[in-house]
Design a binder for this molecule. Structure first.
Ligand SMILES: *Cc1c(COP(=O)(O)O)cnc(C)c1O
Length: 233
């Protein structure tokens, strides 16, 4: 099933890229494997997928212990300060930095591992209460400037989750706002290149709006069983 899903997905990505005149090679494809076991990850890897996304630090640790750095791990979930050490130990990219405190802790942990941690700032581009992420532009600029002072973090871009809605206009606006913010930051001398946006239900709009990192789960692995305990994965 994973093979067919992947083939179909790659095809849709390629078609959309062709329509908007983008090179699929410039878009990093992250398979979001949360709630799925290492068998599924290894199967996807065999089919050429190298990037995997997880949203819980302990689940990522568990999988990392089994698979190690044969694949590239992305941490995409809400990160608590006391879990930073797990994310830094395992993930090449942390997409969900949303405070100076987190930035500082990541720098500290990365420093003790002699690592430069690639990070993105999570921006809330929707008005949903449940979503996390930064909303204040001044604060976003402040964190980005602060990141320049830390030797063990490398701020490479911005991440967002679009609102959960059927209204395509709202989804597009959310992605466009992220792109415009990136351009504004670039103009202010903040050298970021990545836009992590687009999931199963909205990745085609994200490609149109300039996404460079797609985070796609269910279109590859199928529906998630949320009743499953991650320790059993
Ligand atoms: C689960 C998750 C995804 C993938 O969602 P799908 O709808 O399964 O593609 C992407 N980004 C984040 C932050 C997630 O938690």
């Amino acid at each position: 099933m994973i093979a067919e899903n992947l083939a179909r997905l790659k095809d849709r990505i390629a078609k959309k890229c062709e329509i908007v005149g983008r090179n699929p090679g410039e878009i990093r494809f992250i398979a979001v494997s949360k709630y799925f076991g290492t068998d599924a990850i290894l199967e996807a890897k065999k089919l050429g997928v190298n990037d995997f996304g997880e949203n819980r630090a302990q689940e990522l640790m568990l999988k990392f212990e089994k698979i190690g750095d044969k694949v590239i791990w992305h941490f995409i979930g809400t990160l608590q300060k006391n879990k930073v050490k797990y994310a830094v130990r395992t993930a090449e990219y942390i997409h969900s930095v949303d405070s100076v405190e987190l930035l500082e802790e990541i720098n500290k942990r990365a420093s003790s591992l002699n690592k430069v941690q690639k990070i993105l700032l999570e921006v809330k581009t929707s008005f949903e209460e449940s979503k996390s992420g930064l909303t204040n532009e001044e604060e976003i600029f402040k964190i980005a400037e602060q990141a320049k002072n830390y030797l063990n973090v490398n701020l490479i871009g911005l991440m967002t989750i679009a609102p959960l809605t059927d209204d395509e206009k709202l989804i597009r606006k959310s992605f466009r706002d992220l792109r415009l913010l990136k351009e504004k930051m670039n103009n202010a001398g903040i050298n970021i290149t990545e836009l992590s946006m687009g999931m199963t239900s909205d990745f085609e709009i994200a490609i149109e709006e300039g996404s460079t990192m797609l985070r796609i789960g269910s279109a590859i692995f199928g529906e998630r069983d949320y009743s499953k305990d991650w320790r059993q994965i």
